[in-house]
Design a protein around this ligand. Sequence first.
Ligand code: WT7
Length: 653
Amino acid sequence: MTDLTIPSTPTRFEPPADLAASANVTAEAYARAESDADGFWAEQAERLTWAEPFTQVLDWSDAPRARWFVDGKLNAAYNCVDRHVEAGRGDKVAFHFVGEPGDTRDITYAELKDDVSRAANALTSLGVGSGDLVAIYLPMIPEAIVAMLACARIGATHTVVFGGFSAEALASRIEDCRAKLVITSDGGYRRGAPSPLKPAVDAALSRLGGQSPVDHVLVVRRTGEYVPFDDATDLWWHDVVGSASPEHTPEAFDAEHPLYVMYSSGTTGKPKGILHTTGGYLTGAAYTHHAVFDLKPDTDVYWCTADIGWVTGHSYIVYGPLANGVTQVLYEGTPDSPHRGRWWEIIERYGVTLFYTAPTAIRTFMKWGREIPDTYDLSSLRLLGSVGEPINPEAYLWYRSVIGGDRCPVVDTWWQTETGQMMISPLPGVTAGKPGSAMRPLPGIGADVVDEEGRSVPNGSRGYLVLTKPWPAMLRTLWQDDERFVETYWTRFADLGYYFAGDGAKKDEDGDIWILGRVDDVMNVSGHRLSTSEIESALVSHPRVAEAAVVGAADETTGQAVVAYVILRSGDGNNGEALTQELRSHVAKEIGAIAKPRQITIVPELPKTRSGKIMRRLLRDVAEGRDVGDTTTLSDPSVMALIANRDTESAGA
Ligand code: WT7
């Protein structure tokens, strides 16, 4: 079980002296941002190239709806690509791409500019323009990044759907945002074999039928496997983009122009379309990437292992790093294909200096054993980052020592899809690292741990994590659901104007912040956000299921795992293993393989309060093997004994 107990005297690692001496950001930044927030963020916005200057840093008069860098105009793709070429760095490698089968491709900034320009011309020729939505459903291949930047270049808003999501999940997102174009591929490589993607797009569109907003599907050839092709809608990327001109003049868009919508699970069955805009988002992503990784763009080689289907890939593969003009590694596959040393081999080969990954991956490597990384030369590394879930001290210490050779600082970065940028993290040249703590809000960021009434808790206490001031990359609203935006994040502490993050946290005796995990019905499985009610809806959509309750139970590798309790329809006999397997596959089909329950227990009843609310706390106790605590508020206290019984049966099965 992941141990999140906070040690009474945490270990501390001071910043390495040489890093501190040449750090991009020093302690002075906190005070500077504190005394003049507008001045501080205006300075950070100057990292970007503006076509028209902004006249005001922040307009918060319609809070919680923010406008950052008012009247400013810029082009995100120009900032990520063209300006580096114009500055004479066109020959610099933007991406060392490594495909899973072992194919590699180095793409320079000049080549990236040509590719993005061709794709921008191609999208325009397909009738896509400013204000249109484009869904991107691709593996981790360079075309995914080209597609995102091509949208940004012409003012189209992209929504990237993680390639592991099912046809159903893709359909609901296409429908919700009314995407006009889908960009996909025949497939990608997964664990040594081609894995198809295009058929899921076909299934999604046929599910939408006459309601489908999609005019065209643009298909990248990656695997070369056969895919059904509809000549009326489908187009090959290599035909349309390949034949387009590499000359394209970017147009400047308003700082508040919608850059992308990223769907993320909330506490209801319907995912939220989180909207990020252009100027503030790019400023927040670029500044934090520079500050937290202490980025030295001339010498660093940076690798973030996230998928572009998640916000980490958006902010810390595409927008932040490219705005900063760094050289990166882009890897298509899984860490164990073709062998368990693949990541370390890549670090050795490209001399990666900055490495950003998730605790779940670190725990997997710990299980595989240090002998594997120990056979590679990892001495190029100088800094390690962690994101997505709390990093337990044991994993932190292993990461720091086995991967980082006890010389690299570890930055544990807390943020969310909604925040768009890192919010709480050590600064590697300033802050001592404490294994398990994300430490302090970054310069310019306001974060606190508060009680039910919004009062700041004293050091040594727990409470709710809140953000106390607006920040440039903050979400602007939820796509077509502004009411839910206000309700979800800004109502809980409305009087104080705080953003409610949905996480529990603790301030230790020094006032440093330890994130304890979600306080709502959102789970975090392998650093990916899943909603209990979304999985419950998937389960009850199966004809044999009457009712379902889902909880996130602590898991040694994935942080949390999905555990489901299901009541069958009356008269429906339980045929054991076959049925639970069928239900697991059903969830994978409805949402995606990541949502598949680790365990499903068929139960006669669920624990409910007298008002009918499912008591997930009790189910979590059972799932994590604890004695069930207080059951006095249950309408029928005897149900817990029945459930605990079934659970031991199914765990032993
Ligand atoms: C939730 C946000 C940030 C991009 C990837 C996940 C958890 C994230 C940390 C961390 C403890 C963390 C929180 C947060 N989380 N980073 N360093 N320490 N918890 O984005 O899907 O929007 O999930 O992930 O619970 O609320 P997301």
